[in-house]
Design a protein. Structure first.
Length: 245
């Protein structure tokens, strides 16, 4: 059971320039834990490469790198916990895109048959996606919403960034830049991430209403089965596949 009505629902658009944009206008900036320590990590890894493998100094340097990775991971986890806790406490239903992070962050180099394009830029984007911790964030939202009596809904991400939140027109040209949305049909303008978050919320509402309708139908069918059993008739004609022993 949801603890409040749909008025307590929010859609979230996850990104790299902005970690999370909520449909109510709240924005969470990215932590960029990896970027902040990237130069230091690269320096430490170069030092490791110059040392004799498995020597005492090599092991010490390896331990420094491991500790640095741990710092990055802990900073990311702490940030995700804080954001997910705040959102789960303030919203009954949270709607996110059902993103396949592993596919989005696949190797930019491609294969021998299909070599990648813009490899350097794509590699940087892949690293940024993984650094945000989207999958872990979704897991945290899921169980924390459960603790608070809320619900996490995942919707198809198709066209959420291309659909006009005002008129519903879908067009790739609606995204004039990465940050701005301008509908070529009605002229509506908005921050692109905010427009996407509102589309995500709208898709979540549609799924919620559909689910509620199916639940009501199932309850009605169940009531009819119960009445048939009390009358001594078989419910097979009402719900095929149910056998009465």
């Amino acid at each position: 059971m949801l603890r409040t009505s749909l008025a307590g629902s929010v859609g979230i658009d996850l990104g790299v320039a902005r970690f999370a944009t909520l449909s109510d206008g709240i924005v969470y900036q990215p932590l960029d834990s990896f970027r902040g320590l990237e130069k230091q990590l690269a320096w430490e890894q170069r030092k490791l490469a110059r040392k004799r493998k498995f020597s005492r100094n090599w092991k010490k340097q390896k331990a420094r790198i491991t500790a640095l990775h741990r710092r990055i991971g802990n900073a990311r986890k702490d940030y995700l916990h804080k954001v997910s806790t705040t959102i789960s406490k303030n919203h009954a239903m949270v709607v996110v895109e059902d993103l396949k992070v592993s596919n989005m962050s696949a190797s930019a180099k491609g294969t021998a048959e299909q070599p990648g394009k813009n490899v350097r830029a794509k590699s940087g984007l892949n690293r940024a996606i993984l650094d945000q911790g989207w999958f872990a964030f979704r897991q945290m939202l899921d169980y924390k919403l459960g603790w608070n009596g809320g619900w996490l809904v995942a919707v198809n991400p198709r066209n959420t960034s291309r659909t006009c939140g005002a008129c519903g027109h879908v067009d790739a040209d609606n995204r004039t830049t990465q940050a701005r949305f301008h509908c070529v049909a009605c002229g509506f303008e908005e921050n692109a991430d905010l427009n996407a978050a509102r589309n995500i919320l709208r898709a979540g509402h549609a799924r919620f209403v559909c689910s509620e309708s199916q639940d009501s139908e199932s309850q009605a069918q169940g009531s009819k089965v119960h009445q048939d059993l009390l009358a001594g008739s078989s419910p097979a004609s009402v719900m095929p596949g149910i056998a009465v022993l």
